[in-house]
Design a protein around this ligand. Structure first.
Ligand code: AOF
Ligand code: ZN
Length: 370
């Protein structure tokens, strides 16, 4: 199962919003086939493992299949895996977790059991839940998984005060950060970031070639410039500007120009005590966005933390102390928080001297059932 989990992780960044799944087939004490789900819409892990087996000249009949997620029994983009597993003559199936999707939830296991296959569930359960935590949250509760990402100096500055185009983190950190964009279906920033950096917010990592990432700007006063890169590319890759309905009405001309440029204006009126971030998350969940990456700036990041809306954090720390040469501090925005945030299942990695600290919040753990 550990091998299957490792194989599954190779699909991260290419399979979303579907789960990363790995599969190993064993017979007579030997591994006779391995596979993983490689790209969204492509063959499932189980099918790739059975094909691998046959390509190697082995017969899966009588073998045991280890798979990191319950096999599907629905006819989706590809056929039902349960049917193929039964037809291949697999006699035992060991799965790490049940698939919480409405089309599964044990139905796949049931079908295999009815065909006489011995089914065991729960091996390496924790690891499998961690690997697909965002998928589990969306599949079980229909709610968007929220990742906060930022890069800072040792003294907590997110940007250079006088040189906005100077990078905080090194090139290999930034490359790594792009793989986060590959996981997400939407990316969100505050208007401050758009005004300061004029970002494009497109994924440029591996597996992101044809990816359409919805770009979202929190812009209560509708300040986004028509000349911004986001507006100029809105016809190519979706842009949603979230604004106060009063602002949109007050500047009908700008609203119209933005819409003409392909921007969707998502206006909110009286939210009856709900925050605009909670409003956006409700909307994204309804639209089937499984993972949202929040990239700043400090005010937006702090709001997500203050409202306890984050599931996962990914922070890059560059080995620099900027003092007055730096600006934009998350910490400054957090002086009024009511609860602290601690990370679990923390991973620490280095990238040419930068340190990346990532992990799941309490919310993240809870929503993935960990
Ligand atoms: C995957 N890869 O290896 C397995 C999946 O959209 P479809 O037809 O590809 O079906 C996706 C669903 O199939 C997914 O949400 C999950 O419930 C199930 N299993 N999906 O993408 C795989 N085994
Ligand atoms: Zn399947």
């Amino acid at each position: 199962m550990r091998k299957a989990l490792k194989l599954a992780s190779r699909g991260i960044g290419s399979v979303e919003p579907n789960p990363a799944v790995g599969c190993v087939i064993v017979k007579g004490g030997q591994v006779i086939g391995k596979g993983w789900h490689k790209t969204f819409g492509g063959p499932h892990a189980e099918i790739n493992a059975l094909n691998d087996c046959r390509n190697l000249g082995a017969n899966p009949k009588g073998g045991t299949m280890y798979v990191t997620l319950e096999p599907c029994c629905h006819i989706g983009k590809t056929g039902a895996c349960t049917r193929v597993i039964i037809d291949a003559g697999i006699t035992k199936l060991v799965a790490a977790i049940t698939d919480p999707s409405a089309h599964a939830r044990g139905k796949g296991f049931e079908m295999l059991r009815q065909a006489g296959i011995d089914v065991e569930v729960g091996l390496c359960e924790q690891e499998a839940k961690l690997l697909n935590a965002p998928f589990i949250k969306f599949a079980s509760a229909g709610r968007t998984w929220v990742i906060l990402k930022w890069a800072q100096s040792i003294d907590g500055k997110l940007a250079y005060a006088n040189d906005k185009h100077k990078w905080m983190s090194c090139e290999s950190s930034r490359k790594d950060a792009h793989s986060l964009r590959s996981r997400a279906q939407a990316i969100l920033v505050g208007i401050g970031t758009v005004l300061a950096d004029d970002p494009l917010l497109t994924p440029r990592g591996t597996g992101s070639k044809d990816k359409k990432l919805t770009r979202i700007v929190m812009d209560n006063q509708l300040r986004i410039p028509l000349s911004s890169q986001l507006v100029k590319t809105a016809n190519n890759q979706p842009v949603i500007v979230v604004t106060y309905a009063g602002s949109a009405a007050a500047d009908a001309g700008k609203t119209e120009s933005l819409e003409k440029a392909g921007v969707e204006i998502l206006a909110f009126g009286d939210l009856q005590g709900k925050s605009n971030l909670a409003f956006v998350l409700d909307e994204l969940s309804k639209r089937g966005i499984a993972q949202l990456l929040v990239e700043g700036g400090p005010k937006i990041l702090a709001s997500f933390l203050r409202e306890d809306l984050a599931d996962e954090l990914c922070v890059y720390i560059a080995p620099k102390i900027l003092g007055n040469f730096g600006t934009a501090e998350v910490a400054k925005e957090l002086t009024d928080i009511k609860t602290t945030t601690a990370l679990h299942h923390v991973q620490v990695k280095t990238f040419d001297g930068d340190t990346r600290i990532s992990g799941l919040t309490d919310n993240g753990l809870k929503s993935a059932g960990i």
